[in-house]
Design a protein around this ligand. Sequence first.
Ligand code: PEP
Ligand code: MN
Length: 393
Amino acid sequence: MGKGLIRQETVGGWETAVYGASFLKVNFSHMEATATKSAKEIVQAAWNKRPLIISGPCSAETEEQTVQTIERLAKTGKVDMVRAGIWKPRTRPGSFEGIGTKGLPWLQRARQLTGLPVMVEVATGKQVEDALHFDIDVLWIGARTTVNPFSVQEVADALRGVDVPVLVKNPINPDIELWTGAVERVAKAGIKQIGLIHRGFSSYGNTEYRNAPMWHLAIEMKRRSPGLMMINDPSHISGRRDILLDVAQKAIDLDMDGLIIETHIDPDKAWSDARQQITPERLAELLDSIKWRHETTTEKDFITALEKLREQINHIDDELIQLLGQRMRIADQIGEYKKANNITILQTNRWNSILEKAFVKGEKLNLSKEFITKYYDAVHMESINHQNKIMNS
Ligand code: PEP
Ligand code: MN
């Protein structure tokens, strides 16, 4: 038997080991702070901390990699909760699909060694049962599950009568109704503590990000559900290490409640998401480089609040420009088609119907007819100029 192993049992068809005695090895500085707190109180304290910092490997691969990553994270003193994927829904078959139930005791052991609460992704009722059997402290629903109401409902049904915090990632497509629906299903199952994770949205041909952040959707979701914390996931938004800090900083500037960032003892050799993982020590440096914004209560803080709002406006303006660029590229393609088929640039009927629809929509959004007219005229002119260039080149 390995160190601290107190018994073996079979769960979900897996031979598993349960560790207990190693709890005595809890790192002393952490123990002082937590000695009088129960496991539930430690989870509560972490859940309520702002900013909440969550880190850990994309996937639990081996016991050594899982425990070492978490021990090194604990050593930084900068992490409040630990994540690890046990069941990995991968987009394409053939990728590593997770170690399965066998990895749960590794997390249990890491928790006993470090005192840090642990969380895993669940996508089925059975996974919820297995995770709870091994006292996993927090569960999260992944982006590929949030898109599917049947799966979310199955997870929610398995959560009925259970007191465990749940984080819900945004769906892979930019649809906040689906995101809201998943939260509602979990809430209807009786879960009281629910949080959100913004991990970005996939889109075809997107190059800068693995999953475009579309910050305005996270902001809108936060506006709709002010009681739910919003954690940002720079790892899955970036898909690569070099822009992690930039994304994390934007999230903090936009007043997100925390960060979830993937870490691995040997990132390049990770079995999943190798390009975006960093070492625990690098995570500590990254967290140190973030300019943390302060809370607001006094007059000075009002200025900070104003700055945050202006930041939001800057981000939205940035996205608008990007979208306009994208729109003009499509106009260029239309130009090519029209040229090939010898069709006029201006087709008045189409333009009228676009304008009519915009007026109706604009009215609902409190945008004046005058503004809509000016805006569409400017966009339309630019589009015509683009097509003109193509057709006469
Ligand atoms: C993950 O957190 O490793 C994961 C699979 O993320 P997502 O559901 O955001 O793709
Ligand atoms: Mn991952």
